[in-house]
Design a binder for this molecule. Structure first.
Ligand code: ZN
Ligand code: ZN
Ligand code: ZN
Length: 241
């Protein structure tokens, strides 16, 4: 599997590329971001900076700002919208021994084994500890796991009606077709476990084209269940390095 790893992420303030670790440092000093913060207007609120990443595939990450009075339900909805939603699976945040779940069985047959369980209508600032990675899971069958870490906070404001702002995210990792070894892959063969990256031509020539392929979207859920990429235009970010 070939992919580029140089400067794989994008700063939405200055529109320059950085690598994943460099982005953390860059966001503290980005001049364009500083200007944007100075130019913010409207009522001030507490804002958290979250780094969200795929713990197993380092190519996927997001830096976002979210209003402290947002709930886990709003963060969950954002993660579904940008990266995850395929068919309305359940999800949860796990903070130590505490579970925040999108659905709580009101009458569990065996009694819940979870030490503490709440729904998602809890303020971010109450649920997520500072500077400590917590776990998020979407779909308890073919699970996509993410880690969420609150890395900074500040006073600031959002445009009217907004409570989340994307600071940076990864470019689409560039995978090469495993058949021709030349063209960029655009499709995943879901029936094959290895060498399953296909360029457009080799995917469409394949016997299983009708049912065996999912788009290689810029998401940790690419190729899982029926995931076909985000349906929300402002969240689509399929640019390659
Ligand atoms: Zn920047
Ligand atoms: Zn699904
Ligand atoms: Zn090919």
């Amino acid at each position: 599997m070939a992919k580029t790893t140089s400067l794989p992420g994008y700063c939405f303030s200055c529109e320059k590329p950085y690598d994943k670790r460099g982005m953390g440092r860059h966001l503290k000093t980005c001049a364009a971001r500083k200007d944007a913060i100075v130019a913010e207007y409207g009522s001030k609120t507490r804002i958290f900076h979250l780094r969200i990443e795929d713990p197993y595939e380092s190519a996927y990450w997001l830096d976002i700002e979210i209003a402290a009075n947002s709930t886990l339900a709003e963060l969950d909805q954002f993660l579904r919208d940008i990266w995850l939603e395929c068919c309305g699976h359940l999800s949860q945040f796990v903070v130590g021994e505490t579970y925040y779940s999108s659905y709580i069985d009101p009458d569990p047959f065996f009694g819940s084994w979870k030490t503490e369980e709440y729904d998602l209508h809890v303020a971010i600032g109450k649920a997520i500890p500072f500077n400590k990675k917590i776990r998020y899971e979407y779909d308890f069958g073919s699970t996509t796991e993410l880690s969420v870490k609150m890395i900074a906070e500040r006073e600031g404001s959002f445009p009217r009606g907004k409570k989340i702002r994307i600071l940076s995210r990864n470019f689409s990792p560039l995978y090469i077709c495993s058949i021709c070894g030349e063209e960029p892959a655009q499709w995943l063969n879901v029936f094959e476990y290895e060498n399953n990256f296909y360029c457009d031509r080799h995917a469409k020539e394949h016997d299983e084209w009708d049912e065996g392929f999912l788009p290689l979207s810029n998401s940790p859920r690419a190729g899982v269940c029926g995931y076909e990429g985000t349906e929300i235009k402002e969240y689509a970010f399929e640019k390659f390095v």
